[in-house]
Design a protein around this ligand. Structure first.
Ligand SMILES: [Zn+2]
Length: 400
């Protein structure tokens, strides 16, 4: 592992100074000493090491009332980089990011429709090799690889325990990538990664207790509790997709009836629209699918709504209402300061959110519960991959 040169970050004072520079930079040595209450010589020595490690750079001169102007220190954001991977149902996205969370380069590979363990591992390796080639960055400057993966993930050991979409178990993601690239590798569930991405670079802002909800092929939640992701006893905390919303609802993949995701996830939106169209509802969708109702998708319903189709607008609003029932249950369980919705269905924005907010406002127990803000993910489709980047970033820095 290429961790030797980063060993210096382990010291408490170094870590405090490094994080202060990230939070307040550009900042002078004198100001660091003042804020940290460390002696100027101590600050000066640690800064010297940080400059040598190239985590920190000296930037333009600061302002001073008379006398010599102090040189300011800032994070050397572009010297090191991090690789983030988002393993979706159809595509795997690979990005390089600098330390400020800017995406530098991106690669997307398509998965086989029924990947096995080995083909899955091969795609991960191939994508990272391709990304490194394409970005022309030297692997020595890579701090590590973060992976966001759907399903149940053992984040401590970096193992994908179960992926419902591919029915694969126990993929040793971290150890395979560590062996191939000699880098630190961290793996997390995709929705928790999305929540982490929003916490650092999106709509999580300074919130310590909030929930990220992914609404795509399935529905899941990432719970941020006191600034940390909450995993539960066996990594299944936040699996809200299978909470029962309607006992008489449609059958879910899990075998039960009326689960939240059987009603409000992407495929369910299309199914509900098709069912009503078959009963003779009139909609732009009939033309858009060329008369073949099997071709109707959730995103097609959104496109029709954007074009002013009343039927599709109502379908999305109803979807929001069902989602709102699930989210009200979540509000009453963990009482977050806000809820951030990401994933494919979240692209429908206001069409969905209006229904969500309507339901929360009508069912919330207290005025505060009724007014729980619901926002779309600011990083949109990059939330998960940026959260994967944060898995590595947080080994060196603390959240601002
Ligand atoms: Zn279910």
């Amino acid at each position: 592992m290429r961790t030797g040169s980063f060993q210096l970050m382990k010291s408490m004072n170094r870590s405090i100074i490094l994080n202060l520079i990230r939070e307040k930079g550009p900042i002078s040595r004198a100001e660091i000493a003042k804020i940290t209450k460390l002696t100027p010589p101590t600050v000066s020595n640690i800064v010297k090491e940080l400059l040598r490690s190239e985590f920190v750079i000296e930037t333009s001169q600061g302002t001073s009332k008379g006398g010599r102007k102090p040189t300011l220190l800032d994070i050397n954001s572009n010297h090191f980089f991090i690789i983030g991977i988002d393993v979706g149902h159809v595509y795997v996205k690979f990005v390089t990011s600098n330390l400020a969370g800017d995406v530098l380069e991106q690669v997307r590979l398509k998965l086989d429709s029924h990947p096995n363990k080995q083909t899955m591992i091969n795609v991960l390796k191939r994508g990272v090799h391709k990304l490194l080639e394409q970005s022309q960055l030297h692997v020595d400057r890579c701090l590590g690889i973060g992976v966001g993966m759907h399903g149940i993930v053992d984040n401590e050991n970096g193992i994908s325990l179960f992926t419902p979409a591919f029915n694969l178990r126990d993929i040793p993601v971290a150890s395979v990538l560590e062996d191939e690239f000699q880098l630190m590798v961290k793996v997390e569930n995709d929705v928790r990664a999305m929540t982490l991405g929003e916490a650092w670079f999106g709509n999580g802002d300074k919130q310590e207790n909030f929930v990220g909800v992914n609404v795509g092929y399935g529905i899941g939640a990432g719970i941020m509790y006191e600034g940390q992701l909450f995993h539960g006893e066996a990594n299944i905390a936040g699996e809200i997709g299978h909470m029962t919303i309607d006992l008489n609802g449609p059958k879910c993949d899990c075998g039960n009836y009326g689960c939240l995701q059987a009603i409000a996830a992407g495929p369910a939106i299309a199914e509900r629209a098709v069912k009503e169209l078959k009963f003779g509802a009139s909609s732009l969708l009939t033309d858009m699918c060329g008369g073949d109702l099997d071709k109707v998708t959730g995103s097609m319903v959104h496109k029709a709504a954007v074009q002013g189709d009343e039927f599709s607008t109502r379908i999305l609003h109803d979807t929001g209402r069902y989602l709102g029932i699930g989210l009200t249950n979540l509000i009453h369980t963990v009482n977050p300061t806000r809820i951030i919705i990401g994933g494919g269905v979240a692209q429908a924005g206001e069409f969905i959110l209006s229904g969500v907010q309507e339901m929360i406002a009508s069912k919330g127990l207290t005025q505060q519960a009724k007014e729980t803000p619901v926002l779309s993910a600011r990083l949109k489709e990059n939330s998960t991959v940026m959260g994967a980047v944060v898995l590595i970033l947080q080994e060196f820095f603390v959240r601002k």
